[in-house]
Design a protein around this ligand. Structure first.
Ligand SMILES: [Fe+2]
Length: 227
């Protein structure tokens, strides 16, 4: 398998590329519109064909590259069916599988940050979008956020994966690249060490986060696949 983690500085977004060494087919998870030249360069350098562009949810902090990539490469855009986005090509649900060559990418529905949040599991890795972050989680105070639902999603869909599963989040604001399910289950300061749902909800209700800077631009753009 070919794997690469990209970082977009302005919104601290991670984008992931997975590709089959045999068929040279590739997917991008959470691509950012401003970075399309970097993805193009990488795909060309490694002789890869982009077949799918996956968004873990409708982002409020950056504009997806889904449309640009579809125009450029003819790839299919993939989103959860609850996203409220009608410009996608494939609408997935829990346990949908996307296949590239020998790689199976399994969708796990993890709502709570938004009601379309999906984590993707492949090859001992989980791409958690904004559901589970390293030592944190996505906020639950806008879009269709709900702390109780997020708690259940993380516990039933992510913490049930093997301890050694590598966690690749949608963002990190402190330069951390990677974690594991076992580490987050033990040490995540909002959810780790067996924190109860009530404790988690209390934490989430008292974060007092600022209004997201780009939400008024990013949300309408992303509902149109980034156009
Ligand atoms: Fe988000």
């Amino acid at each position: 398998m070919i794997f690469h983690q990209f970082f977009e500085v302005e919104s601290s977004t991670y984008t992931y590329l997975l590709a089959s060494e045999q068929t040279r087919e590739a997917v991008l998870i959470d691509p950012v519109a401003s970075e399309i030249d970097i993805y193009t360069q990488y795909l060309e350098m490694h002789n890869l064909t982009l077949v799918y562009s996956l968004d873990t949810h409708v982002h409020a902090d950056h504009v997806t590259a889904a449309n640009l990539l579809r125009d450029k490469f003819g790839c299919k855009t993939v989103l959860h069916r609850n996203s409220g986005v009608n410009c996608g090509d494939i609408f997935i649900t829990d346990q949908s599988v996307i296949r590239i060559g020998e790689i199976n990418i399994e969708a796990r529905y993890t709502p709570g940050h938004t009601n379309a949040c999906t984590s993707y599991v492949a090859e001992g890795m989980v791409f958690t979008g904004d559901a589970l972050l390293i030592d944190g989680c996505g906020r639950t105070d806008f879009q269709e956020g709900n702390a109780e639902i997020l708690y259940d999603s993380i516990h039933t869909q992510i913490f049930t994966l093997p301890d050694e599963t590598i966690v690749y989040p949608g963002h990190d604001y402190k330069g951390r690249l990677v974690s594991t399910v076992g580490h987050e289950r033990l040490h995540n300061s909002r959810l780790g060490a067996g924190k109860s749902k009530a404790e988690f909800v209390e934490i989430m209700n008292n974060l007092n986060l600022p209004y997201p800077k780009k939400i008024d631009i990013a949300l309408p753009a992303n509902k149109a696949c980034g156009q």
